[in-house]
Ligand binder design. Sequence first.
Ligand code: FAD
Length: 383
Amino acid sequence: MPLPTAFEPGILRLPLFDEEHRVLASRIERWCVDQQDAWARPADAEPAERCRALLAELGQAGWLGHLHPGPRDSDLRSVCIRRQALAFHEDLADFVYSIQELTAAAIIRHGDGEQRHRYLSGLAAGTDAGALALSEPGVGSDLAAVALAADADGEGFVLNGVKTWIAQGDIADVCVVLARTGGGPGPLGLTAFLVDGHAPGVKATPIGAIAPRSWAELTFTDCRVGPDAVLGKRGHGYVVALDVLERARITVAAAAIGFARRAYRHALERARGRRAYSGRLADLQLVKSALSAMEVKVAAASLLTARAAWMADHDEDYGKHAAVAKLHATEAAGEIVDAAVQIFGAAGLVADSPMEQLYRQVRSLRIYEGPSEVLEMIIADAL
Ligand SMILES: Cc1cc2nc3c(=O)[nH]c(=O)nc-3n(C[C@H](O)[C@H](O)[C@H](O)COP(=O)(O)OP(=O)(O)OC[C@H]3O[C@@H](n4cnc5c(N)ncnc54)[C@H](O)[C@@H]3O)c2cc1C
């Protein structure tokens, strides 16, 4: 049996995918393999610097080109394919890709012509970094409680408050910021804004993370924006946030599959090569059981994710399916990585070894863009 690569060909052959998806999968897989030597070099640069460099690489290679104004926006299955390949090969490449995608999706789906024209070409070229700033020190899962104030001032608004855990927050050139404009209680009083990350009154403070990333707290102090900064309609910020998050959940599931397949590949390789009890680890029945569980979990995650992405691409009601896919794929990825570390034994715990990195990289997937418990609530409510 060949070692797993980023994709299971049997799943890509299903009618849930088209020929263009199969071509895309093989192109991006080949590109990632070509980058492997450069990506494998120990990075002495700070995460923010590495993220900037990776954005430029992705932009130059054209992997962000679908974010450019003009051509149709990419279908979600293609986004999933890109994330799965990038997550399989390089955590940070998937990270920056996903945040550009998230920011651009908000602008493509809710921005006006002027906003698209102003922001999308830089995001697509990888020369500008985007960020989606929803969470606050006092608000995470319960986004309806967002408190950052956007007070009307003449024709514009003045922003005051703090956003936190913001991916690419310390390198962002443009931030989608969810803020309270009043005019209604809870979710009804929220508006999304497009804010220049370098504007006066915006201060980014990097946050260290379990897996190195560009991650920051953003403080807004009397940050003035014009009326043209409103993304979508005033009072519709919650709708913008949920729309973007719901689609993104499916792509998080795809990234989880990429991470899981990487762990599975390493575990299989190790079990075949490691001598034990006059044979190989792979000959032990309990190790075979662990490997077969990986195969089942990753295949199920792939099918659930393909179903959710297909439904989103065909304008079907996909909210529950997005939650099912993310819940299963991210939980499965956690279990698979843990089981793979177990197969490696102590070698899986060596600092900065591939398994130890995976163990850290995969943890956040079960928290961001909907913690598992929130997804369970969504699924139950839909039943
Ligand atoms: C790697 C990473 C990147 C991130 N990037 C961004 C970003 O770019 N922009 C941004 O705005 N935010 C970002 N976040 C923040 C992320 O969106 C929040 O962490 C997430 O929404 C959860 O909020 P919280 O951490 O405040 O947890 P809380 O809301 O305090 O929840 C804590 C825990 O309570 C439980 N819980 C919550 N709600 C329920 C419920 N309804 N029922 C049962 N249990 C529940 C869950 O176990 C949850 O993990 C990022 C987080 C991570 C880890």
